[in-house]
Design a protein around this ligand. Structure first.
Ligand SMILES: Nc1nc2c(ncn2[C@@H]2O[C@H](COP(=O)(O)OP(=O)(O)OP(=O)(O)O)[C@@H](O)[C@H]2O)c(=O)[nH]1
Ligand SMILES: O=P(O)(O)OC[C@H]1O[C@H](OP(=O)(O)OP(=O)(O)O)[C@H](O)[C@@H]1O
Ligand SMILES: O=c1cc[nH]c(=O)[nH]1
Length: 499
């Protein structure tokens, strides 16, 4: 993921403040099928992290959740985990990686800054999350908040899972930790609300007196009489560390959630996004030739528009065209290339690549024709053949009616165009015809907007050497072989024959 990204701030109104009480188990949350379990062992985890992180489609999805103290990170994590109930999810708390105080530091605990990045053993955190990301199980340390020490003999074993949530005030601070994350969420809650929560939590749940909390916690709250006398700990540690380390790391977030766990709308959107990514992960694991273009909230936004049955025809065409263009550009990236050098106006040599020359498009009439303009816009003068396959009724059966293809198609790489892959019958018929005409299977790239898992299985089992490039994989087909949630009849909506 690129370092600096445009953050998306959800500004939707919060739904009611009902909170899920979660399944928190000493710093680890688990879905019903999660594999984390407490263990006592004297042997520390294996030390070397072989960072063989290469194929992102085979790795768990790592979510970083950051935000100031008492911002509601835990509630957001609880909600995400609750909604991802059909996946194995494990929560790793940055708190578990507190270094613990030396005997000397313990004597001056009031001078110790628990909110500074140096208070955490980031190397060990990196090792643990890196291993989890590689599918290995790890031993997470257990930190004793009362004594400010690590339990030297006990670890918590955390096994491989589909989703890893890494939560903590400073999880975005270190670039190496950020690089392990597929999604970064910043829980953005008003400072007054956070302080009020922190006082309540530390006095009610952790048995501390208000003054000691305020000593650790205050500063910004001088407007409130109760806080005017308070100056030390919050002023000294928590607030400066928030300003110096936590707040500046907000810029790395992909999603900023105002009002934290109260913002169910934002959490729902995040979970939907993760569901999509996880579904895609599974199929991409099975079929390495299936490529789903990198999902962004921009792409999800366009999908949201074209899937909306209320959208105008004009907007449906506009946003479909934008998505099609992205799929076409991505598909072209899978063509072979040769090295090429050019001389730039500065007289220097630039070593680049030359595009593949022998290619053509083939559209599956009629919906596939909607993708021709994007292909022409990218590849000047490209030849485009046509195949017409007729679907008779709703029984999923198709037959070939018409074809017109370039004569030398067997020498070309073929970009096969059809925006919807449902049962896979039309695609299979078209691919069979191309192979009959002498096109090697590995020279075919099937481009589409939406694929159903059934269609992917059907095409990839039969043609494992072909590539599929799509923008989203949906949930399933319904009884009438329509993609669910899908977008209805693409051809009718695009060409205006739906009324
Ligand atoms: N007194 C004391 N405070 C500690 C110790 N270790 C950590 N902290 C405090 O714990 C805070 C970090 O935890 P939070 O972000 O509040 O924890 P959280 O429960 O995950 O937060 P939310 O879910 O967002 O409410 C820091 O502000 C530290 O000051 C400790 O050993 N002693
Ligand atoms: O994977 P399948 O089950 O074969 O379904 C996908 C086919 O259905 C759609 O075409 P449709 O038959 O609706 O015709 P159209 O393009 O004229 O709208 C779509 O464009 C595909 O060609
Ligand atoms: O859902 C579907 C299935 C096939 N073709 C479409 O256009 N939509």
């Amino acid at each position: 993921m690129p370092e600096e990204k445009t953050s998306m701030e959800y500004v939707m109104e919060a739904a009611s403040g009902a909170h899920f009480s979660g399944l928190r188990v000493d710093g680890l949350l688990r879905s019903s099928s999660s594999l984390s379990s407490p263990t006592s062992t004297s042997s520390p985890p294996p030390s070397s992290l072989s960072a063989t992180i290469t194929d992102s489609s085979k790795q768990p999805f790592v979510i970083g959740v950051s935000g100031g103290t008492a911002s509601g990170k835990t509630t957001v994590c609880d909600l995400i985990i609750q909604q991802l109930h059909d996946h194995r999810v494990v929560l790793v708390n940055q708190d578990s990686f507190y270094r613990g105080l030396t005997a000397e530091e313990s004597e001056h605990v009031h001078e110790y800054n628990f909110d500074h990045p140096d208070a955490f053993d980031t190397e060990q955190l990196l090792e643990c999350v890196g291993k989890l990301k590689c599918g290995q199980s790890v031993h997470v340390p257990i930190y004793d908040f009362k004594n400010h020490r690590r339990c030297s003999e006990s670890f918590r074993q955390v096994n491989a899972s589909d989703v890893i949530i890494l939560e903590g005030i400073l999880v975005f601070h270190d670039q190496r930790v950020r690089n392990l994350m597929n999604m970064k969420i910043f829980v953005d809650t008003d400072a007054d609300v956070r302080l009020a929560r922190r006082i309540r939590r530390d006095t009610v749940e952790r048995g501390r007196d208000v003054n000691s909390v305020l000593e650790q916690a205050s500063a910004n709250f001088n407007s409130l009489p109760i806080f005017t006398a308070v100056s030390s700990w919050y002023a000294k540690f928590v607030k400066p560390a928030f300003d110096d380390f936590v707040l500046p790391s907000k810029k790395y977030a992909d999603v900023i959630i105002p009002r934290g766990g109260d913002n169910h709308v934002a959490v729902d959107l995040i979970v939907q996004h993760i569901h999509t990514k996880l579904g895609q992960h599974d199929l991409c694991k099975i079929y390495p030739n299936v490529y789903v273009i990198q999902s962004t909230f921009q792409i999800r936004g366009m999908h949201t528009l074209i899937r909306d049955r209320e959208i105008s025809k004009h907007d449906f065409v506009f946003y479909s065209d934008r998505l099609i263009r992205l799929v076409v550009e991505h598909g072209l990236g899978h063509l072979p290339f040769t090295e090429k050098q050019v001389v730039t106006p500065t007289g220097s040599v630039y070593t680049g690549v030359d595009f593949c020359k022998k290619l053509c498009g083939v559209s599956i009439v009629r919906s596939g024709e909607s993708m021709e303009n994007a292909l022409r816009a990218c590849c000047k003068g490209i030849k485009i053949g046509k195949i017409l396959i007729h679907r008779d009724g709703d029984n999923g059966q198709q037959q070939l009616i018409y074809e017109k293809l370039p004569k030398d198609i067997s020498e070309r790489h073929v970009l096969l165009l059809d925006p919807v892959l449902a049962t896979g019958n039309s695609a299979n018929q078209a691919i069979e015809l191309l192979i009959q005409k002498g096109v090697p299977e590995s020279h075919i790239i099937f481009l589409n907007l939406i694929s159903a898992p059934e269609g992917i299985h059907c095409v990839c089992k039969r043609f494992p050497a072909l590539k599929i490039v799509t923008s989203e994989i949906d949930e399933a087909l319904n009884d009438e072989f329509r993609v669910i949630p899908g977008l209805g009849e693409f051809g009718d909506r695009y060409f205006g024959t739906d009324d």
